[in-house]
Design a protein around this ligand. Sequence first.
Ligand SMILES: [Zn+2]
Ligand SMILES: [Zn+2]
Length: 104
Amino acid sequence: MNAGVAIGDRCQVCSDPTTEHCFAVCNRCAGAFHLALRQDIPAKDCGQVWISEEYMALEFACNACLLRDGDIEDERPVRVRRRYTKHTGASAAAVVRGRPGGRR
Ligand SMILES: [Zn+2]
Ligand SMILES: [Zn+2]
């Protein structure tokens, strides 16, 4: 997967080349972006990574996609809204189904 993206590709967000220690592939646009992979090396983050509780897997998204999808506002580093966790609880469909007299 994402075989066409490699370390050194230009970042989707800032257009600078990614490096060995500052690289990730966006799950949404499949483009490379800067993500610091090591704490001990100063690097910039042009996106975010978090754990999807739905898939129990790491999800990567560049700031361009986060901004476009409304997960972040401006370029201020705010936490990604955890929209994925909503699916693990009572979904809207389950609530409607379990409520007698609810809309069908
Ligand atoms: Zn970048
Ligand atoms: Zn992206």
